[in-house]
Design a protein around this ligand. Structure first.
Ligand code: TEU
Length: 586
């Protein structure tokens, strides 16, 4: 293989330079509830985010994705929205929101809103009206069905389909006023909108335009691949030993998904200057669907969140059944997406978010190699092709919490799952172990800004117990320490900004599959960046024949996470070593 390949001009440079700002960007996810509390009620808020904007500017991120701050009964911490055009008082007011947008803009940071339109809250006026009568003008804005033929409403098995919900139990709940069932793929308080109805879609597009007019820069779209369902709503296959059928094939990536996304693009994004970003969260998405959805020529989304790599440490389709972490599988999965979207489409790069246990606890080695494993994982993600996302706290090397009992958990998914297990006869001890292995609450503990009890997060009692980091690992210790995890993230983000090869270079894997030692190149014109990461507690060996010898030995070191940086990229690679190399700039 020739060391320095000519890069295939797969992407339009005009697009890269003008419209597609996000190709050079790093995006930071804020889970507002747990970020910073400015008013002492124990819940993070928008004022708290404003107080920390300088921290984000220091990190160097280009945009913030804000998990939902809309009015909500907070059954699913804001992913159940009762009014899309109101800020929940817990988080602030429109005044504070506008201040945030303005203050962020002054620091060159864009704001991306979470868009939750597969479902609303059952307290949304659309749903209340829809539920009020079978003749309601909004009846068909949601999915209503009578009890299954030959059954009586309310009895077991009367649900219109046998599907199981993401948050346990059936996906249908009986609504007593009309005696019909409504569909909810998540909690019963999160009824699914019926996207088959043009009025629903246009109400959503109108709301999106309204937000963009307020100065935000785009949307992260919650479970957007669930908006098109098979209207026949067929039963799913019931897996052995399970109570509910698998409805996923019938409600995900449905027949009209691409049509709806393209319509949204035209209606909401097309004629806007500054080109807002459209990021689709798509659990269970295939490479083929992602290619279609992110092909710029088709005009749908800019990138999707796929889940393959974060499912490498549990049984297929069952997050509760954890398996041993397997970094070789993690690497293979990420590389498959790198190669799969190399010519068409674009990757979003992430290891953590508010739904996933902390990535460092899952894939790293926080006990033995805290710094090195945190920086090695970050290096792999940030140097790949795509847009990297930093989930709040990952830049400080946060790890899973040590919850001790069920009362410490807050998440509806964890609590429902525990109840379902114990109702089915599981012992409380076993149920607890299963829930705590995968609880989303691990990622939702407050940000540790300072040492001490509540870590500077709140003057009041935090809504969820803090998990204080080891001494020296809070934000105030890390921001000015050039050897901190925070500083490593900052440098990775800076490198993306200053070296076009990080944003634009073509990905080429250089090490074989099924190993946790990964070397890959990023190629642009006649230049190459080489990235080496060893995701293992064991050292490894990188053979010199990785590339042409004269190239290997001519490369200069850009970054290394070892106290004694290596002279060459090949040879012995230390446990969790990460290094970045560059052909000399010509
Ligand atoms: O998550 C969708 C999704 O994929 C989750 O159901 C995921 O399978 C689960 O959280 C893993 O434990 C989005 C939001 O990110 C999540 O916070 C919401 O609860 C969910 O949608 C419903 O809006």
């Amino acid at each position: 293989m020739s060391a320095v390949e000519k890069r295939r001009p797969a992407r339009s440079l005009a697009l890269v330079d003008d419209d597609a700002w996000w190709r050079r960007a790093a995006i930071y996810q804020i889970y507002p509830r747990s970020f910073n509390d400015s008013d002492g009620d124990g819940i993070g808020d928008i004022g708290g985010i404003i107080e920390r904007l300088d921290y984000l500017a220091r990190l160097g991120v280009d945009a913030v994705w804000l998990s939902p701050v809309y009015e909500s009964p907070q059954v699913d911490n804001g992913y159940d929205i009762s009014d899309y055009r109101t800020i929940d008082p817990v988080y602030g007011t429109f005044d504070t929101f506008d201040q945030l947008v303005e203050a962020a803009k002054q620091r060159g940071i864009r704001i991306i809103m979470d868009l939750v339109v597969n479902h609303t809250s059952d307290q949304h006026e659309w749903f209340r009206e829809s539920a009020s009568s079978v003749d309601s003008a909004r009846r068909d804005w949601y999915w209503w069905r009578p009890p299954r033929l030959g059954t009586v409403a309310g009895e077991s098995g009367a649900e219109p389909t046998n599907w199981g919900s993401f948050f346990t139990g059936p996906t249908w709940s009986l609504e007593p006023v009309t005696g019909q069932y409504y569909l909810h793929l998540f909690a019963r308080e999160q009824p699914d909108l019926n996207w088959e109805r043009p009025a629903v879609r246009h109400a959503v597009y109108d709301m999106m335009r309204w937000w963009l007019d307020r100065g935000i820069d785009g949307f992260r779209m919650d479970v957007i691949n669930l908006i098109s369902k098979d209207p026949d709503l067929p039963d799913g296959i019931v897996p052995a030993g399970k109570r509910h059928g698998d409805g996923f094939p019938h409600y995900s990536n449905g027949p009209r998904l691409h049509e709806f996304l393209a319509e949204m693009r035209t209606e909401v994004f097309a004629s806007r200057s500054g080109v807002p970003i459209a990021i689709g969260e798509m659990p269970g998405v295939t490479l083929e669907t992602a290619q279609r959805a992110t092909d710029p020529c088709r005009g749908e989304l800019d990138m999707v969140f796929q889940f393959d790599h974060v499912e490498t440490d549990h049984a297929p389709g069952n997050k509760w059944s954890r398996t041993a972490p397997d970094c070789a599988a993690l690497i293979d999965s990420l590389c498959r997406w790198q190669e799969g979207l190399a010519d068409v489409g674009w990757n979003s790069l992430y290891l953590g978010n508010h739904d996933q246990p902390r990535s460092l606890s899952r894939f790293g080695s926080p006990e033995r190699y805290w710094y090195r494993s945190a920086t090695a994982l970050a290096t792999m993600i940030h140097m790949m092709s795509g847009t990297p996302f930093v989930y709040q706290g990952d830049e400080l090397g946060m790890v899973n919490a040590e919850f001790e009992s069920l009362d410490a958990l807050r998440d509806v998914e964890s609590l429902n799952h525990y109840r379902a297990l114990t109702d089915a006869g599981e012992s409380p001890g076993n149920a607890w172990r299963e829930v705590i292995g995968a609880s989303r609450d691990h990622a939702r503990t407050p940000m540790p800004w300072t040492d001490g009890e509540s870590g500077g997060f709140s003057a009041g009692t935090p809504w969820i117990d803090p998990h204080p980091p080891a001494p020296g690992r809070s934000a105030d210790h890390q921001i000015d320490d050039p050897g901190s995890v925070f500083s490593w993230y900052r440098k990775l983000i800076e490198l993306r900004h200053v070296d076009p090869i990080v944003a634009l270079g073509r990905f080429r894997r250089l090490t074989p599959s099924a190993t946790s030692l990964l070397a890959f190149g990023r190629l642009l014109d006649d230049e190459m960046m080489l990235v080496v990461v060893n995701l293992s507690d064991e050292s490894g060996t990188l053979e010199p024949n990785l590339l042409e010898e004269k190239v290997v030995y001519a490369m200069s070191l850009v970054m290394s996470n070892l106290p004694q940086p290596p002279c060459f990229p090949v040879g012995t690679i230390e446990p969790w070593e990460a290094s970045i190399w560059r052909t000399p700039n010509t």
